[in-house]
Design a binder for this molecule. Structure first.
Ligand code: FAD
Ligand code: UDP
Length: 365
């Protein structure tokens, strides 16, 4: 006899939201997670009284009130607003692209002056932008593209800006106001107790097995439940039968420093090509920490190879077409649902991940 209604592979945000909703509907849930902790990429852990985001900076932001209310049932959020700094060869600029950036870069003071400079510089792009380079130049002009976008993007994605889809850069706001808020969303913050507590509360009442790779014995795991929600890589599930989807990976280098304030802000982007990391995170600033020490993390982008963590899907045309073939194959797997950033091969932020999980719950439960 099957012991569980649902087997969930992966204890990230998507799996945890589904687990919570299933439990609420009286379903029994087993979660298997290959890492030695819950939370997937939003996992945080305390060091010297500082909450460290172990897989890169995670700032919660959304314009969806239902999603905001949903997470606030479980944890309280602080009033952190992300305002990163870009460092280009020692020159400091405010991000995202706004009047503070334009003023420093072009020596202008008013929106009209800034618009005039950018208008001139974007004239080189004719028609609809065909790739990230053209999109970036048409948004902010060649100078900002060269100093703040080109190097960062080519490090992050491991390829030329001409070979990247335009939508990646459209994530960033461009504003003709003196406003350094990285996001346009209505709601923003970081859980006061950290994201791991959010996940703990979501999965309350579920059985969880850590250090457990589904692929170690997939038939046995599938036999434990009526249905499976799988949140690992979809191409991995099918043993890469049609070929491998593209991902970017990251290497995080953490340092504990015996000083109270290393960079004065949570995130500094290093936008020149020559510095191998893309950003340095100083974790205490996410929570306005005043501890005597500090923890910083350098984030190095790396080419993904099997065995590494696939952090970012590369949603170019070729990969999206390959993904469509896997979706077709997945539709023939009636008792397995594919979810989350890896199962759906989508560059989801946390709020979009929750939206997608709740939409699935609506349909499934
Ligand atoms: P994951 O967190 O990847 O969870 C999937 C889980 O499945 C993992 O724990 C994995 O170990 C497990 N798993 C996979 N295969 C198996 C297997 N075979 N057996 C058992 N377990 C398995 N979003 C924001 O909103 N704001 C941000 O500031 C932000 N910053 C980010 C920074 C970085 C560097 C990255 C990579 C992402 C960022 N995100 C951010 C996105 C956010 O991390 C995701 O939206 C969210 O974590 C997705 O959750 P998930 O459950 O889909 O995936
Ligand atoms: N980006 C950039 N310069 C920066 C920050 C971002 O060119 O200083 C570009 C880069 O291409 C990146 C994209 O904008 O991939 C989206 O940035 P975001 O911070 O949203 O990326 P994520 O948080 O997903 O790593």
């Amino acid at each position: 006899m099957k012991k569980y209604d649902y087997l969930i592979v992966g204890c990230g945000l998507f799996g945890a939201v589904f687990a919570h909703e299933a439990k609420k509907k009286g379903k029994s849930v087993l979660i298997v997670e290959k890492r030695d902790h819950i939370g997937g990429n939003i996992y945080c852990e305390e060091q010297e009284g500082i909450l460290v985001h172990k897989y890169g900076a995670h700032i919660f932001h959304t314009s969806n009130k239902a999603v905001w209310d949903y997470v606030n049932q479980f944890v309280e959020f602080n009033n952190f607003v992300n305002s990163p700094i870009a460092n280009y060869k020692g020159e400091i600029y405010n991000m995202p692209f706004n009047m503070n950036t334009f003023s420093k870069m072009f020596g202008v003071a008013t929106p009209k002056e800034a618009e005039r400079v950018i208008e001139e510089q974007r004239a080189e792009v004719q028609g609809e932008p065909k790739n990230l380079e053209e999109q970036a130049i048409s948004l902010v002009g060649r100078e900002i593209y060269t100093k703040l976008i080109k190097g960062y993007t080519e490090k992050q994605w491991g390829r030329d800006c001409k070979d990247l889809p335009a939508f990646i850069i459209k994530r960033l706001p461009v504003r003709y106001t003196y406003n350094n808020n990285y996001f346009n969303d209505r709601y923003q913050g970081i859980p006061v107790e950290g994201y791991t507590v959010l996940i703990e509360r979501l999965i309350e009442g579920c059985d969880v097995r850590l250090n457990t790779d589904f692929f170690a014995d997939r038939e046995m795991f599938l036999s434990l439940a009526d249905k499976c929600l799988y949140t690992g890589t979809i191409d991995g599930y099918f043993d890469y039968i049609y070929g491998k989807l593209g991902y970017r990976s990251l290497r995080f280098e953490n340092e504990l420093l015996d000083e109270p304030n290393y960079q004065g802000v949570a995130v500094v982007n290093y936008t020149e090509r020559e510095i191998p990391y893309t950003r340095i995170i100083e974790h205490k600033h996410f929570a306005f920490g005043t501890q005597p020490k500090t923890v910083i993390t350098k984030e190095y982008p790396v080419d993904w190879e099997e065995g590494m963590e696939p952090y970012y899907p590369i949603n170019d045309e070729e990969n999206n077409a390959l993904y469509a073939r896997y979706v077709e194959r997945a539709s023939k797997e009636p008792n397995v649902i594919f979810g989350g950033r890896l199962g759906m091969y989508k560059y989801y932020d946390m709020d979009k991940c929750i939206e997608a999980a709740l939409a699935l719950c609506e349909k499934e439960l």
